[in-house]
Design a protein around this ligand. Sequence first.
Ligand code: NZQ
Ligand code: MN
Length: 390
Amino acid sequence: MDFSFTLPETNLLFGRKTLLELGTRAKQHGKRALLVTGKASMRRLGFLQKAQESLENAGLKVTSMEGVGPNPTVATVQRGIDIGLKSGCDLVVAIGGGSTIDAAKVMAVGIGHEDSSIWPYIRCEKETTDRTLPIIAIPSTSGTGSHVTWYTVITNQDSGEKTAYSSRHIFPTASIVDLDIVSTMPPKVTAETGFDALAHVMEAYVSNRANPVTDVLCLRAMELIAQNLVRVFVSPDPDSRRAMALADTYAGICITSSRTIMVHGMGNTVSGVYPNIAHGQALACLTPPIMRYNIENSGEKTVSKYCDIARALGEDVARIDRKNATKSVEAVLRIQKAIGIRMGLKDCGVTEDSIKKLTDYSLELGMGAISCNPVQPKREDIVRIYEQSL
Ligand code: NZQ
Ligand code: MN
């Protein structure tokens, strides 16, 4: 086999004012919607009310589930499942960031299987089947790609274990990217989620699951991000918002097939043990040391790919060699500085004495992503990279 590529099973609407289409789309999939959202932003900005109106105008009954927080937990998901089961929902609609969409995906699993004990599904001890309710995703951030991926990332609040799992049954049935919604992101969220999208495509591009289909999308997304991430942070305009939303969508399609690498395997662990650290922020601290590690220890093919990344990010690369490959790291550091993201985990609150736990959890929960890294790290490599990221 040369390669394998998975097409998302998602109908995507992309543009301004697309939220107005929600009701028409939703009524093809259900009659009673569980409308899931985050803590405050979507209600404050009026989009939650617009979503509810659109659903009701199309004849659907709506039950709300508000309050999904960043790095969503099993407890939050269970609350949503209880609400959904009590009100007899047959469809889940998520409007919010990646956390809201991820939580909603697992609510759809739990309600569909009439089972609120959800951790065994996430650990793949119970099977996610086609009983899962249909999901409609409306992202309010541009970074996780969750609206087109088959992943969800959930934290067990008791142990701090944060882990991703995939199932084709949690591909959103429909996704609505409304540029008016993502244009409301404040600068810090724009920076953190924009960096997440960049991390996705850099990782999918060097992953040992990379393939010719995602390579094209990855490179194009890197160019879009190089041209627009700093701009969207400093002085956002409709064009830069559109470009980032598009790059986010490309990136989601890429990680579904080509997966992520060590950066996500180790970064998810950080946000599980330290739930106040945003996903994109954790990735930003780990990305440069892992890029250096991969460039130093990998073969010609990966070195050449890091040269491509450097080029896509605007660096001048005349020859393909290890030295020029490190220009990709310089480009990333330059972008990080320009978007005001923190560079070290210590500044984010991580202490040195937690490195053992972070390493143990990464080796247990992050192996899916770590196994796709172009270089297979030993335990001591992971410890050293956490130390370098502090
Ligand atoms: O809760 P609200 O009030 O909505 O506030 C949120 C939250 O505080 C706020 N926010 C979101 N959109 C906004 C906004 N504020 C104003 N205007 C808007 N338009 O931003 C904060 C962060 O939101 P969150 O949903 O946590 O951020 P993000 O979209 O970065 O999602 C991160 C989660 O996605 C997972 C991450 O692990 C993390 O848990 N990921 C999911 C993936 C997937 N399903 O395929 C892949 C990714 O690699 C990622 O791991
Ligand atoms: Mn990510």
